[in-house]
Design a protein around this ligand. Structure first.
Ligand code: CO
Length: 213
């Protein structure tokens, strides 16, 4: 584990490495950003977004919070999605959950966690919506893993409910929303292949925000 002081040494080493072959690297980086991807993931320190996707600075717009949640009254995540879709014109939005997620584990635990209660309630709501399927799974660890996957699916759906995504898709055929799970035991990213078109069509029976556009 790096000490606090070592972080600045590591930063200097990183700057040297990045400018070795391209002295203007940071000048170019500072001039603009045109990322194709918005990533919504968990704050967990073991899931570093750029590294697991092999993407460089400038290639990924990132929002992270505890449990990779997309609450429609969370101004932070909503502003991020809005900016990414309407101003950066991202082509893909990824919700990335991960196995061993402490937030999902906590949401399955019957204790009072203070201010985390309303935050984790969103995950408990996912559990309730998929109660029949989850209760069929007798092995607790398997049930926990499945809740991680279902939470990703529901947060993808929440992104698809936004006006920014619906209107952009109608006009430009992007962004496409994807649901992934990161398996930290292997380092592998698993695409859950959610059916974006079908989810969009289904939710628009109730959540359609494209009238007049
Ligand atoms: Co997590």
């Amino acid at each position: 584990m790096a000490s606090y002081e070592e972080i600045f040494e590591k930063n200097a080493q990183w700057v040297a490495k990045m400018t070795r072959n391209d002295p203007d690297y940071f000048e170019k980086l500072a001039s603009d950003q045109q990322p194709d991807y918005l990533y919504v993931g968990c704050s967990d320190s073991r899931v570093p977004a750029n590294e697991i996707m092999g993407l460089e600075p400038g290639e990924l717009f990132v929002h992270r919070n505890v449990g990779n949640l997309v609450n429609n009254t969370d101004l932070n995540v909503m502003a991020c999605i809005n900016y990414a879709v309407r101003h950066l014109n991202v082509k893909h939005i990824i919700v990335c959950g991960h196995y061993n997620c402490g937030a999902v584990k906590a949401a399955m635990t019957p204790v009072d966690l203070g201010i985390l209660n309303p935050w984790l309630r969103t995950i408990r709501d996912v559990y309730r919506m998929h109660q029949n399927e989850l209760n069929e799974i007798k092995d607790e660890h398997a049930r926990y893993n499945r809740l991680v996957e279902l939470n990703v699916l529901e947060q993808c759906t929440n992104i698809i409910k936004t006006a920014a995504v619906q209107k952009s898709y109608l006009e430009k055929n992007y962004p496409i929303v994807h649901g992934w799970v990161f398996d930290m035991h292997t380092g592998i990213l698993i695409d859950q292949h959610i059916n974006f078109e079908k989810i969009l069509k289904d939710i628009q029976q109730i959540y359609n925000l494209t009238a007049g556009s």
